[in-house]
Ligand binder design. Structure first.
Ligand SMILES: NC(=O)C1=CN([C@@H]2O[C@H](COP(=O)(O)OP(=O)(O)OC[C@H]3O[C@@H](n4cnc5c(N)ncnc54)[C@H](OP(=O)(O)O)[C@@H]3O)[C@@H](O)[C@H]2O)C=CC1
Ligand SMILES: O=C1OC[C@@H](O)[C@H](O)[C@H]1O
Length: 282
């Protein structure tokens, strides 16, 4: 009972973190946000309130009204709105770091522009549509001495780090197989969500699947060598052309040392009560 109470308390504190005074001893890093995205308050604006070393200084949105409403709601000082708003934010010399929560298909373009403008970037996952684009972004950041970080928050969770430490210690013996599952229950995402739009880098594997692939690679400390099987559940097409995006995918990948990794991801999974990790079949 005490641990359940502790769990509720941790969830509450995570969503309602304490606020703090701005640091007087150092100058906080000024962040600008590209797009008034749904995820921005949860991922950055609210958590930043308990970090005196960071200030959310500016937001840019394609509509000035939307940008103003957003900045008013979250107390953001500087507002950019209209078709050139993103570039205007990047041109603002006060902005030192940029948060890029644009649709996946725009990550590469605006991260390259932000790096070109000399800004550090916190980039939403998945970093880009292709490995080549991702490499280019990280190479540019390195060349310019800027920080570019993909927002895989799960990598900072103590539970994941503990699981990794146990596996790395060898106390369970050699890894034989790893499973990673991440799904969104049906009915949460609307049909017009960016996640279902191929032209914006949508798809279940791109959205939830990027976590599961990342997790398999992280826990096995290796990269897959081949795809043993992959079964997409395609979003029904609204036209005569075949659907280009998956709502979800299940795949098994081969890793070095005869390890297999199985991933399951889905954006509209029928409701399930399974939230507790299950033990592997022996
Ligand atoms: N790390 C995490 O836990 C999470 C990460 N994400 C990632 O964050 C990103 C954004 O997700 P989410 O906040 O849910 O998405 P939203 O649809 O809420 O936000 C996307 C933003 O992109 C801007 N945009 C620019 N061009 C377009 C376009 N052509 N069509 C649609 N939007 C456009 C919009 O900004 P404007 O205001 O200028 O109109 C909009 O606010 C995704 O990459 C997603 O994978 C999402 C949720 C959780
Ligand atoms: O963490 C997340 O949860 C819900 C997803 O759709 C989102 O894009 C993802 O990053």
């Amino acid at each position: 009972m005490a641990s359940f109470y502790g769990f509720l308390k941790r969830v509450y504190t995570a969503t309602h973190p304490p606020t703090c005074e701005l640091s007087t001893s150092s100058t906080p890093i000024k962040f600008g946000i590209l797009g008034a995205a749904n995820i921005a308050p949860t991922a950055l604006i609210v958590p930043a309130r308990s970090h005196p070393e960071v200030i959310i200084y500016a937001v840019a949105a394609r509509s000035l009204d939307k940008a103003k409403t957003f900045s008013g709601k979250y107390g953001i000082e500087k507002v950019y709105g209209g078709p050139n708003a993103y570039q205007e934010l990047l041109d603002d010399p006060e902005v030192e770091a940029v948060y890029n929560p644009l649709p996946n298909g725009l990550h590469y373009e605006w991260t390259m522009k932000a790096l070109d403008a000399g800004k550090h970037v916190l980039l939403e996952k998945p970093s880009a549509d292709t490995a080549a684009e991702t490499r280019e972004m990280f190479e540019l950041a390195e060349k310019k001495g800027l920080v570019l970080l993909e927002a895989f928050h799960y990598r900072f969770h103590p539970a994941v780090q503990r699981a990794k430490a146990i596996l790395d210690s060898g106390e369970l013996g050699a890894i034989k197989s790893v499973e990673a599952t991440l799904t969104v229950p049906r009915g949460i995402l609307k049909d017009d969500d960016i996640r279902f739009d191929y032209s914006l880098g949508g798809g279940g594997l791109m959205d939830m699947g990027c976590y599961t692939i990342n997790c398999l690679r992280y826990l096995t400390s290796s990269n897959p060598t081949s795809v043993l099987s992959a079964t997409p559940d395609l979003v029904p097409s609204k036209t005569d052309s075949p659907s280009l995006v998956d709502a979800g995918t299940t795949a098994t990948l081969a890793f070095p040392s005869d390890i297999t990794g199985t991933l399951t991801c889905h954006l509209c999974k029928p409701p399930t009560l399974r939230v507790i990790p299950k033990l592997p079949k022996t």
